[in-house]
Design a protein. Structure first.
Length: 132
C-alpha cells in the first residue's frame, strides 16, 4: 500500500487540475473520487480520505465519515474512475478468507444492479485491523 503522503500528492494534482466546482468538496479542500445520490468520497491534499453521506435530517445535510471502513469504500468506489487508487487499498494476504456476504466479489446484487458490499466495503475479504 502506498503512503498517505503519496495519496496527498495525487489529490493535490487533481485539485489543481479540477475544471469544475462539482469535482471538489464544499470547502474546496478535497477532490471527489466518486459521487452518487446521497454519498460522495473525497481525498484531501493531505491524503485524508472520507465519505460524505446525506443524513436526510434536515434534507441536504451531510455527515462525514473517516472511519477505516469509509476510507476503504471511498477508494474502492473511486478506483472505478481512477484505477490508480487501488494502490492505496489494503492488500490481501494468504490468510484472508473471502467475505461471506459477497462471496469474495466485493459487490452485492440488488435488483438489476450491484452495490458495494457493506461487510467488506468492496475488498472481497476482511482487511487487517491495522490498515486505514
Amino acid at each position: 500500500m502506498k503512503s498517505r503522503v503519496e495519496l496527498g500528492i495525487w489529490a493535490r494534482a487533481r485539485l489543481h487540475a479540477a475544471t469544475s466546482p462539482a469535482q471538489l468538496s464544499a470547502d474546496g479542500n478535497a477532490f471527489m473520487v466518486y459521487g452518487t445520490i446521497g454519498s460522495c468520497g473525497f481525498v484531501t491534499g493531505d491524503g485524508d480520505i472520507y465519505l460524505e453521506q446525506d443524513d436526510f435530517d434536515p434534507p441536504g445535510s451531510f455527515v462525514q465519515d473517516s472511519s477505516q471502513a469509509a476510507q476503504i469504500q471511498a477508494l474502492v468506489l473511486g478506483s472505478r474512475q481512477f484505477p490508480e487508487l487501488t494502490a492505496w487499498l489494503p492488500k490481501r494476504d494468504e490468510a484472508s478468507a473471502d467475505c461471506e456476504t459477497c462471496r469474495g466479489t466485493g459487490w452485492v446484487p440488488v435488483a438489476t444492479t450491484s452495490i458495494v458490499c457493506q461487510a467488506c466495503r468492496g475488498l472481497g475479504f476482511e482487511p487487517p485491523a491495522d490498515t486505514a
